[in-house]
Design a protein around this ligand. Sequence first.
Ligand code: FES
Length: 263
Amino acid sequence: MSDFVHNPVKEIHDRTMKLKLIVWRQANAKAKGGMVEYNVEDISPDMSFLEMLDVVNEGLIRKGEDPITFEHDCREGICGSCGFMVNGVAHGPDAGTTVCQLHMRRFNDGDTIYIEPWRARAFGVIKDLMVDRSSMDRIIAAGGYVSVKTGSAPEANSVPVPKQFADAAFDAAACIGCGACIAQCKNASAALFTAAKVSQLAHLPQGKPEGARRVLRMVEQMNVEGFGNCSNEGECEAVCPKEIAMTNIARMNREYEKALFTK
Ligand code: FES
């Protein structure tokens, strides 16, 4: 009897991939950038996309070359730090998934993968795949908060919130502010991001007193930052790693119209 035992699981884990990466390299905000080709080997299908880039960077550092700059923090799909275009799609081909949670088994051995930073007028490239997303912070600073002293956690039933409103607020609050919605939109509109931040408070009683001022200020800041207008393309919703719904944009528009009459 042969002592060879076929182990399909081991076979999958032992398999490695060769890839051709075409990556946007740009030394700094003022430098002229361009696509650079890298041929990489020994990539495990079990690696995340960022782990694959770590391997590429280790090779570049060994050769004395500048590693590819990209942002990341949690690598668990919760912080919103990561994000770039993979083959023209924000965060890559998997729906509801950040690029840090995208795995190489999603690709085939021998694939060519194009990697580019978010492209939007309001997102200047800082270096390689890292862009300046401070414009989103300024939209939040314009009104995405409740200015009351909340103190310690109150008793849960002291301010009753109907379940459907609590759920809607929670769904909107899932936005991690990564900027994928803006990067994918042909208008580079920040409508979905801003709408999520408006909606999460508009659904709750605690958000009502400042509701009108909030939506007016946040929409104004969105325009000041140079984001485009929403034309209901739906690409934002399609690539959002938290699957924030476009109904939030309708909610923001209603809040905005109401606020115009009450200011
Ligand atoms: S690194 Fe935190 S969401 Fe990707």
